[in-house]
Design a protein around this ligand. Sequence first.
Ligand code: DGL
Length: 275
Amino acid sequence: MDNRPIGFFDSGLGGLTCIPYVLDALPDESIVYFGDTARTPYGSKAVSTIRSFAFEIADFLVDSSVKMIAIACNTVSSTCLDELRERHPEIPILGIIAPAAYTAALASHTGKRIGVIGTKATIASGAYRKAIKESAPDAEIFEAACPALVPLIEEGIIENEIMDLTIRYYLDHFVSYNKIDTLVLGCTHYPLIRHNIMQFYPELSIIDPSRELLTTIETELANRGILAERTESIPPENTFYASDLSENFVNMISRILAGSDANACFRTISLEKKV
Ligand code: DGL
């Protein structure tokens, strides 16, 4: 038993799409989330820059006494998971690519043609291709970077024809030319535009890494014997940090926590000052 929080982080609000699954399945757990909203997006930056940002955030989460870090960011998971594990061997650090890649590999065993969309850095890393091929060497995999999507989502431009045009710009040819029938949303921001995507390509089956991550979290907590156990007198606490506490970020947290009785507080912290 271990009642310390689980740490999550992303470049911004995208990683928040992992949180409802955790709150529903593991109501005794506490969460510390860090969104690097002041420096988003990560996906078009150099790997060395992404790595230095990720190190700062991981150090901050470890200083905040988390018992585990779940990287709610495909870009960080695909570019510096090993380095983060080397830096903090004292706690488990989970990446988001492996669980979704495994689900994609299972789909490919039944003849599915797998599309993976993500940031420039995620697609350039080839992390999904490599991880899927480990379980399914003959898988048909097609990848596309969609760098304009994250900035639009961070701005809250979702129910809007600019978003719809951007989706079609990236996906129309990609989906039809490659005859894709299964699409991995390889960026934690993309579940926020899932319904926009489905409206144009209703035949696609979607694999959502933000959801798949939960299975790994549950397995790791159980295997290591570090699940939280609460009493009524000490309820779980959830803290959401942002390097720039934008209105959009706060709204998204409120949306995510709506309907749950989870405690939450919001704080802003500048990692640059701390380092
Ligand atoms: N949400 C992130 C991901 O899963 C990062 C997007 C970005 O900052 O470019 O890749």
